[in-house]
Design a protein around this ligand. Sequence first.
Ligand SMILES: O=C(O)CCC(=O)C(=O)O
Ligand SMILES: [Fe+2]
Length: 189
Amino acid sequence: MDANGSLQIIERFYAKAECEEIYRRFMLDHDWPANVYTVGGRRFALPRLQTWHADSGIRYSYRYNLLETRPWTPLLSAIRQRIEVCLNVSFNSVLANLYRDGNDYVGWHADDERELGARPFIASLTFGTTRSFAFRHKKLDQKGEVFLADGALLIMRPEFQRDWQHSLPAVPELGSGRINLTFRKVIVP
Ligand SMILES: O=C(O)CCC(=O)C(=O)O
Ligand SMILES: [Fe+2]
């Protein structure tokens, strides 16, 4: 438990051999798009590769609607089901991130968009290289970090998005990749 109990890690939610196979499938079969986007006529490069998958009918203006909504792949569906059964929750969408090496990162943010409702519960699964997941309080002078290893499931309770921001800092000397899946529930209006 960390961040006042709003974060919890289940290490080895997937065993090592499964992690290797899943990572391999994401690298071979997953259709990762280029990381260059045009917003309002200006081009910019996202410091990671991303895809967004959701049940039909689910719309989400993820940070200014960068991403097209894709259907669930068989692999993503199977992973979703395993997490749902284990945690007794339901998700209708997932954001998949590929950090190609230590130069890829995600900056400070909270996943507190309106579409996630007042109490967003997010489950975040890591495959590949261990990276530091940093968090800082929105108002108080408090910060911390946890290390997310291959197969670890990070549970972010609603209070975490309300009170804290998080980031995945760059580690320039790191040559290996990491995949992260954040399962979410978009509220249908
Ligand atoms: O890669 C991670 O562990 C965090 C990703 C994240 O914060 C996000 O996609 O919103
Ligand atoms: Fe996030």
